[in-house]
Design a protein around this ligand. Structure first.
Ligand code: MN
Length: 714
């Protein structure tokens, strides 16, 4: 549908009856003449664009100067027979200034300055002089994004990114909430098409649930209003896509895990009603701690006023509620435009001081910046106070959320830099990797070919990129270990059963087994064995030539994952684990895991002599911890113990009594006389854990005639 200038003028007359429609008509005709014969990417006449821009400006209740500038904003750039003096002559100095501010810089720039940045600086500076420059620019960008479908796909992301980085935050600073939201959602769609697709699909799959929940909750909220005898309006919605996307990124969570994506807005007559409604809501539903914000008592920098709270509703579904007056709402949607008054392009209302102060701040940024690159950087710093900007050794700038560390930086540079990172220098000084970055820091990463990520890094990174890369490295590592363990286990079982894996491979028997288990290849089989999901023995048996006749058991080779040692291996919970035979650790002992070829993950006591011999290979050492004991079936551990005693009658009987009184078990007991009136009792006890053992050993040592009690470690 072609926008018509008559409609725009009608719209303007509604909020500005004294508008000069002849002037707007003239600007329209001039624009039509200048863009004659030009077309947009879509093939439509170019004139559609300036009219649409004027239409958006009319929605922002812009004045005549801004509307005229909107109609003319592209004429100088696109038609070389039109120049600024002519614009000034026909439409006045103010319009000419705005159009000039919006005209792209085309000439060659000194010192390798980027044209986009130089243009941006020009726009922002012109804006500091006349706020209508940025209004026209925002309207221009909004229409371009709305029609971006027609732009070649490769041109979309850069525009989208610039909008997210500069124009959406400016709209936010000016309190143009509605504009900001639309700019963000369109930029998200064209800048991150895959993520956009995923998110919209995920949300639409929840649609019927959300619709039901929104409707049900809206009814309840209206009931609260009527019980309080407050007149108001309740609106429910899913939050805007880009804000959900940012939350996913910030918390590095998957789309399926988004749960607080629904929000309500309650509009009422006055401030007292806002608080009354809030009270009613908190009486009905539990507020989520830390989520209540009173922007009425303390407005945001951009003058935004509203009450925000998040509560847990029916079915434990959390959602957000914003409560404000209709007036506050109009200001939040259209900011300065809600009480639009200018004097020579400057805002006049006293309560708009904050915006004017910000424009002044822009001027300071300009004065403090040497180049347009620096200007854009400083502007970003101003627009995103929650970010830090740091420099690479080559002087390039990178931005991070507050709380980022050199590890985030390393992964942002390159995955391999992150994975090989062993240290960091900030401003030339070596610092711990968990040091938080500050704006202006020069960051340098020290790497080593032997460097590798560590699990604790996850506690000191904030970017989703770093989190994902570290997790994927750790998973890969775990998988390689599982393959190694699985291969060794299967080899051992095959040797035992005299199966030749190679023959099984050549005869096709192996392929058949893999197919039956729906495993892609041998490595996947090894990994499954290593993770303890399939028993090596079962596979080896299937590989005995001629065994294919016995096929019933092959469908159930998966073991219960809880079988095996009662141990949790931190970060490798699925590995096949066994307790070392040499030091026989029991629950409560300090333990260390060792990746042993052929035996999987073997758990030793931390002070085991054997382990110290093995520990020359730190790659194979894993941190492990005991799993919480299961109440249903406590596991008993076998512990060898030796008692040195005097040769007394009834010694063995006394020892056995202690054991049975303590509800422990005896797996083996033997008494030997060693001569010289001394003897030795060797026992294998079955105990619950270390404290159970200690209690028994204490009783042994109290026994008359016992010289020494020892838990045996090789
Ligand atoms: Mn334009």
């Amino acid at each position: 549908m072609l926008p018509r200038i008559e409609h725009v003028i009608e719209k303007v007359k509604l909020y500005n009856p004294s508008s000069d429609d002849k002037l707007i008509q003239r600007a329209y005709l001039f624009s039509a003449m200048a863009h004659e014969g030009q077309t947009r990417y879509s093939g439509e006449p170019y004139l559609i664009h300036p009219i649409a821009v004027a239409d958006i400006l009319a929605q922002l209740k812009a004045d005549d100067i801004a509307l005229v500038a909107g109609l003319l904003h592209d004429v100088v750039e696109d038609n070389h027979s039109v120049n600024l003096p002519e614009i000034q002559k026909r439409f006045g100095l103010e319009v000419a200034h705005i159009v000039e501010g919006l005209t792209k810089i085309e000439e060659k720039l000194p010192g390798g300055e980027r044209k986009e940045w130089a243009t941006l600086r020009k726009v922002i500076l012109a804006m500091a002089g006349d706020i209508r420059v940025i209004l026209v620019k925002l309207a221009d960008r909004l229409h371009n994004l709305r029609t971006m479908e027609a732009l070649p796909a490769e041109k979309r992301p850069a525009k989208a990114k610039e909008t997210l980085e500069i124009y959406a935050p400016i709209a936010y600073r000016l309190g143009l909430g509605k504009m900001k939201t639309e700019l963000e959602d369109l930029s998200f769609r064209y800048g991150f098409p895959d993520d956009y697709e995923k998110l919209t699909t995920a949300l639409s799959s929840k649609r019927s649930y959300s619709d039901g929940f929104l409707e049900e909750t809206r009814v309840t909220l209206e009931k609260i209003l009527s019980d309080l005898q407050v007149k108001g309006e309740v609106k429910g919605r899913t939050k805007h896509l880009y804000s959900i996307f940012q939350k996913l990124k910030r918390q590095a969570i998957a789309v399926e895990q988004v749960y607080d994506y629904m929000a309500f807005r309650i509009l009422v007559g006055d401030v007292r009603d806002c608080y009354a409604v809030l009270g009613g809501i908190h009486t009905l539903w539990k507020p989520i701690p830390g989520r209540f914000k009173d922007f009425i008592a303390i407005p945001k920098d951009n003058h935004y006023r509203s009450l925000h709270t998040s509560v847990v509703g029916a079915n434990g579904q959390p959602f957000e509620i914003q409560i404000r007056t209709w007036q506050m709402h109009a200001e939040a949607e259209n900011g300065i435009a809600a009480h639009w008054k200018y004097k020579e392009g400057r805002l006049t209302k006293e309560d708009e001081e904050a915006t004017n102060a910000w424009l002044k701040q822009l001027d300071e940024i300009r004065q403090g910046s040497q180049s347009s690159a620096e200007f854009v950087q400083n502007l970003r710093l101003d627009l995103f106070p929650k970010e830090v900007y740091v420099f690479t050794p080559k002087g390039a700038v990178m931005s991070f959320p507050r709380g980022a560390t050199p590890i985030d930086f390393a992964y942002a540079v390159h995955t391999q830099i992150g994975n090989r990172c062993t240290g960091a220098k900030i401003n030339g000084k070596l610092v711990p990797l968990k040091t938080q970055l500050n704006s202006g820091d020069r960051v340098e990463i020290v790497t080593s070919p032997n460097g590798k990520p560590s699990r604790d890094w996850l506690d000191s990174v904030v970017t989703s990129r770093a989190i994902n890369k570290i997790k994927s490295w750790l998973n890969q590592q775990e998988k390689e270990r599982a393959i190694e363990i699985g291969k060794a286990s299967l080899d051992r079982e095959c040797r035992r059963l005299k199966v030749h894996l190679k023959e099984a491979q050549e005869s096709g028997l192996l392929a058949e087994v893999l197919k039956k288990l729906a495993l892609a290849d041998l490595d996947v089989l090894y990994a499954e064995i290593g993770y303890g999901k399939i028993a090596a023995r079962t596979i080896a048996r299937r590989l005995v030539p001629g065994s294919e006749t016995v096929q019933s058991s092959i469908t159930e080779p998966r073991m219960e994952p809880s079988k095996g040692a009662p141990i949790v291996v931190r970060g490798a919970s699925d590995l096949l684990t066994t307790l070392a035979k040499c030091c026989k650790p029991i629950r409560g002992d300090e333990i260390v895991g060792f990746i042993s070829r052929g035996k999987g993950l073997v758990v030793h006591r931390a002070n085991c002599k054997n382990l110290q011999r093995l520990a020359y290979n730190p790659d194979r050492i894993l941190e492990v911890a005991w799993e919480l004991p299961s109440q249903a079936a406590p596991t008993l551990h076998d512990v060898p113990v030796t008692l040195h005693t005097e040769d007394r009658p009834g010694m063995v009987a006394s020892v056995t009594k202690i054991v049975s009184d303590s509800k422990a078990g005896i797996r083996h007991i033997e008494g030997v006389l060693t001569g010289g009136g001394e003897g030795r009792i060797k026992l294998i006890l079955a105990v619950r854990d270390k404290s159970h053992l200690s209690q028994i050993l204490r009783q042994f040592s109290k026994l008359a005639g016992v010289v020494e009690v020892r838990r045996d470690i090789r």
